[in-house]
Design a protein around this ligand. Sequence first.
Ligand code: NOJ
Ligand code: CA
Length: 516
Amino acid sequence: MSANDVPWWREAVVYQIYPRSFADSNGDGIGDLAGITGRLDYLADLGVDAVWLSPIFVSPMRDFGYDVADYCAIDPVFGTDADFDELVDGLHRRGMRLLLDWVPNHSSDQHPWFVESRSSRENPKRDWYVWRDRQPDGSPPTNWMSQFKGVPAWTHDTVTDQSYLHVFLSEQPDLNWANPEVEAAMLDSLRYWLDRGVDGFRADVVNLIGKGSDVDDLPDDLVTMPLLATDRSFGHELLTRIRRLLDSYPHDPMMVGEVYLLRSGESASYLGTPEQPELHLSFDFRPLHTPWDAGRMHQAINKMETDFVEPGWPTFVLSNHDRPRHRTRYGTEDRARAAAVLTLTTRGTPFLYAGEELGLEDGVVPDDRIVDPDGRDGCRAPIPWTSDGDDESGHGWPTRPWLPFPANASTHAVDVEVGEPTSMHTLYRQLLSLRREHDALRRGSMEMAAVDDDVLRFERVLGNERLVILVNFGDRQAPWPGELADGQLLVSTDPERVGVGSHVGPAEAVVVAIGA
Ligand code: NOJ
Ligand code: CA
């Protein structure tokens, strides 16, 4: 617990690192753990509280780590056990926490469990995965389609003349959580990392484990989206047991689940109840799927506010390693600056995606450099640490990295932005320190006003403290609300603004304190 018994993860700002793309210590072109450790002062200075690493475990990298071949070992491309311990230690010494990415729904097809499972129908691990006979006409066992590549979610294996389920790539067979041995082995993997000092996990597509071995045909409109269709009570049962395990550790480890259910309320239901808690946090990706539009954003946030009522607690995410960056989606630096205010002032735990504090755009990846099976290379472009370099190399990377740099890397490099008063980095740093100073931003209630003139307005209130946030989604000036004329300006995304005024500029966002 932190001060006043508020759990740390409700007050934290989490920073997601895609390890391959962050910093390379040994010059193989791939970011690694020692690279991250070398940049911890940068993170501490920025002011984030916890770091989430996308998977670092042994993997053939068909899905760049989301295909795990050993849940309890670090892939050599990322470093050694000693590198990992040094990273944990370096974070903890600076007061930051570490979350690992746990991928419970599927393993790699190279995982020894699957190698055994596919070897014969009698193998003791056969039932660790989901095997079915083909239909008499030779078609797949059910109508499920994979999330990638538009192919069936079943691959036929000639060794035993049966098909196995894979909601993602055929190299990512789904584990069968209906088998208690699978549950026991996967819970052991959590214990392993908790014993090594990690502070929690981001759980990949965690609602999917609830399907167990229940894989009947889906309704026609959901055939391509088994991810959205597998909201089962068994998943909730499993998560209460996972939560009990986490709660048995004294250092308050947390789990944030990727619950890819965009429909109202379903993602929040994975927090469980006070009697039977499940996840600590459950992503709701509605804002991430919302265009730059005041009305639509208002609706998305309002829905989250309705779904994530106390003791539930929302998250706020605009970018991650699966979607074009919001700087790219929204199209301008000004909008991305306003989005930073939104991210760091709404009620909930914000998740930042490394590089958004620099206003990075997606990389433009030529056809011959595409590596991801699902077209997500752009948002995974490497972080430019220095301005000297081109699209392909330099920027503080010892050799050409695995992907080209983001567009405009030279003007958005760390060495250009840090300390530069008008940079995106300075704005994020300012907002992060504002969150630390103002309890209302971390713990206050949130009151949404109706959208007026393309301006989204909400208030964060705690005790005598009242902060008003205005975000102008429009391309034109909007009038400054009269009742805020005497307010105290705390932040504006417009570096020229000196105080409250007569208007809110196009794509400007402000935080204003009003009288006690
Ligand atoms: C969601 C992850 O965020 C994504 O990157 C991955 O490809 C799939 N889950 C499969 O693990
Ligand atoms: Ca490396």
